[in-house]
Design a protein around this ligand. Sequence first.
Ligand SMILES: NC(=O)c1ccc[n+]([C@@H]2O[C@H](COP(=O)([O-])OP(=O)(O)OC[C@H]3O[C@@H](n4cnc5c(N)ncnc54)[C@H](O)[C@@H]3O)[C@@H](O)[C@H]2O)c1
Ligand SMILES: NC(=O)c1ccc[n+]([C@@H]2O[C@H](COP(=O)([O-])OP(=O)(O)OC[C@H]3O[C@@H](n4cnc5c(N)ncnc54)[C@H](O)[C@@H]3O)[C@@H](O)[C@H]2O)c1
Lengths: 205, 205
Amino acid sequence: RIPKTTVYRLSVYYRALSNLEEEGVDSISSADLSEIAGFSAAQIRKDLTYYGQFGRPGRGYVVSHLKSQLRTILGIDRDWSVALVGVGRLGRALLAYKGFRKQNFIIEAAFDNDPEKVGKEFSGVRVYHQDEMDKVIRSKKIEMGIVTVPEEVAEIIVAKLIDAGIKAILSFAHLPSIFSNGIKVNQVDLSIEMEGLSYYLTHSK
Amino acid sequence: RIPKTTVYRLSVYYRALSNLEEEGVDSISSADLSEIAGFSAAQIRKDLTYYGQFGRPGRGYVVSHLKSQLRTILGIDRDWSVALVGVGRLGRALLAYKGFRKQNFIIEAAFDNDPEKVGKEFSGVRVYHQDEMDKVIRSKKIEMGIVTVPEEVAEIIVAKLIDAGIKAILSFAHLPSIFSNGIKVNQVDLSIEMEGLSYYLTHSK
Ligand SMILES: NC(=O)c1ccc[n+]([C@@H]2O[C@H](COP(=O)([O-])OP(=O)(O)OC[C@H]3O[C@@H](n4cnc5c(N)ncnc54)[C@H](O)[C@@H]3O)[C@@H](O)[C@H]2O)c1
Ligand SMILES: NC(=O)c1ccc[n+]([C@@H]2O[C@H](COP(=O)([O-])OP(=O)(O)OC[C@H]3O[C@@H](n4cnc5c(N)ncnc54)[C@H](O)[C@@H]3O)[C@@H](O)[C@H]2O)c1
C-alpha cells in the first residue's frame, strides 16, 4: 500500500513536467525539478526509482518521457467515468470545474433527491433522482463517485455507490468509518489545506 | 522548509488523535497509530521526532499530550481571521463549510465585484466590494486569504491580498507564477484528489 502522500507527489511532478513541456524544456535534473516541485531531489529520486529507471546518470530526466510514464503510473492515460451525488453549492462548483475533464475524469451523471433539481442539467450534466443511482451507474458503466451530500446521509450514499459497483470514491462529507475491502474512499478536508498556511505562519516568524 | 506532505501528515495524525480522545483512548503506540492514519510507524516516528520527544519508549504516546503538541505545531491553538474573495458557487460552499471554524479558521469578510452580491450576507459573512479589500482587511486585521475567483483575475486578486498585508493564501484558481518572498500561496487542485483514486484502481487490479 503506497502512502497517499507519495501519490500526491507524483501528481505534483506530473504537473511540473507538463508546464516544462509547454515551455519547450527537453530535459531536467532532479535538482532543478526539486526547485519547481517543492520536494527534495533525494525524495524525487526515491519516489521515481520505485517505478523504474527514468533518469540518465549525469544527464537528468527526459521531460516528455517521464511525463508519459507518470501519466501511466497515475492511471490518467485513459478516461474515467464519474458519478457525483449531491448537486448543492459544492456539487455545482465541482460540476463546473474544468480541471477534472482536463485530467480525463468525466462526470457522466449527477444525482440528488431534491425534485427541483432532478431532470435538470448543470454544466452539461443531467441530474437523476437518487433512486435511479443503481440503474444509471450500471448502464453508463460509471467507475468512480464524488460525494457532496450533507454529512448525515453520506454513509448511506457511499454504501449505495458501492452496491452499484463503484470501487473508488471521493467524499467531501465526513464519514465515520473505514469501508470494506477493495473499495477506496478518500476524504477531502479543506481545513487541512488551511493548516498548511497556519503551520507556515507559525514557523516563519 | 518542511515539505507540504509532512505538514499534511501532521494534520492527519492530529485528526486521528482527536477521534481517539473522543473514544476515551489514553495512549497509543506508533504501530497502532499507523493503522489508523495510513502511514508507516517509521514515518510517524520520524515526523514527530523532528519536533521533540513525545513518546515513552515501550509505552507509546499519551493521546491528549501528543494532540495538544500537534495543535501548537500546526498553529491551530489560536484563531485565524480569513478573507474569502469570489462569492460564487465554490465561494458560497466554503462560506457554509463548518470544518473551517472547527479548526479555528474564521472567515471574517468576503469580497466580490458583482453588485448583486455586495452588501448581502452568506452563512453569516458580509460581502464587501472588491475595491474595499485593503480597507476592510486592515481594519479587521485579517491574516489569511482564500481565492475562489475565475482564473483570469486570480493573479490580480492575490496581488491585492498581498498589498493589504496578507501573508498566506489558499487559491482554488490556477496561478501562473511563484510569489514574492515571505508570502505563502498554496494551490488546491481537486483533480489531484481524483488521481489518488485512478492510481489505486490502476494498481489494484
Ligand atoms: N470537506 C470539505 O472540505 C468540504 C468543503 C465544503 C463542503 N463540504 C461538505 O460538502 C457537503 C455539501 O455541502 P454544500 O454546501 O454543497 O451543501 P448543500 O446543502 O448546498 O448541498 C447538498 C445537496 O445534497 C442533496 N441531498 C441531500 N440528501 C440527499 C440524498 N439522500 N441523496 C442525494 N442528494 C441529497 C441536497 O438536495 C443538496 O442539493 C456537506 O457535507 C459539506 O459539509 C466539505
Ligand atoms: N482547484 C479546484 O479544485 C477547483 C474546484 C472548483 C472550482 N475551482 C475554481 O474556483 C473558481 C471559482 O469557481 P466557481 O464555480 O465558484 O465560479 P463562479 O463563477 O461561480 O464564481 C466566481 C465569483 O468570483 C466573482 N468575481 C469575478 N471577478 C472578480 C473580481 N475581480 N473580484 C472579486 N470577485 C470577482 C464573481 O462575481 C463570482 O461571484 C474558478 O477559478 C474555478 O476554476 C477550482
